[in-house]
Design a protein around this ligand. Sequence first.
Ligand SMILES: Cc1ncc(COP(=O)(O)O)c(C=O)c1O
Length: 356
Amino acid sequence: MAMEVLEALRSIFQTNSCVVMYPSSGTGAWEAALVNTLSPGDRVLVFETGHFSQLWAQLAQKMGFQVKCLPGSWRAGAVPGELESQLNSDKGHDIKAVLVVHNETSTGVASRIAELRRVMNRVGHPALLIVDAISSLGSMDYRHDEWEVDVTIAASQKGLMNPPGLSFNAVSRKALLANKTAKMPRSYWDWQGMLKSGDTGFFPYTPATNLIYGLQEALQMMLEEGLANIFRRHERHAKAVREAAWEWGLEIVCRVPQEYSSTVTAVFIPNGHDADHLRATILDHFDLSLGAGLGKLAGKVFRIGYLGYFNDLMLMGTLSGIEMGMRLARVPHKEGGIMAALRLLAPAGEIIAAPG
Ligand SMILES: Cc1ncc(COP(=O)(O)O)c(C=O)c1O
């Protein structure tokens, strides 16, 4: 079963390279990516795109790396031009890795990984590109090989539709080479023991067996639906959510249309109102749980997640809960966001009359 799952995972990462799987949350896979490729005191560059990039930078700092954090507004992704100037000025190639969160779960902003890789190739900088795809893998188009990502980090609890407790590193050939000379101490996270599991089906310590059963089923569902169909379904739902938010007269956090996330949308609540009060009202009345604003967005935004096993009716239920909640909590908004979403999901001409 382990070998089957590891093989199927490669198609989800869109890679022919190897994938290792840990019994841990996503944070463990962040740490694994760093200790397997870097040496003590190495310099790393992190784009501050939101709460999770900040947490990752803090983790790297605690581990003793020299972390240069490029500040951001949280309303746009990693800026390719900024990467270019940072790498151009690093003549001695001291930067050993560039760390980017593909889809910032805290803001609903997706960085353009392919463009960042093109910049690195154009500049000819040898740093590793390490990407967190925790809330995008298996929901939004993500191409480990084509985008020449060196380590992709993922976890079981988002697009892979399982409980938390499994995490992953997809590893490029260049990252495997870096692993040979990387001097960070490592034992639990060591790729070497884990890499053999792809061939033997056995792990160096107890795997999270029951979660792997769940993952096997999820992967089968995903391969049956087809990655391209999954991505289209998420894009369509994301579009419907944005239509609803705009119709309500609310602003969404992501400012760059090419960087809209297809798994989560963070929506600002009007000034003077508390997003957590709205979330509590919606939870109390409708048993619908929305994501909280994280870090500096606490209380200012609510987040609508629509990833994994999700269909049009579930989305309409979610949006109805929000519109009803805004009425109950007296949050100023224009009525009809749900109708805007409905028009997008079921354009009149395409409605098929019920038989009889
Ligand atoms: C983009 C991103 N990175 C990292 C994490 C941290 O993962 P975990 O909470 O599984 O350790 C999360 C969790 O939601 C996330 O969304």
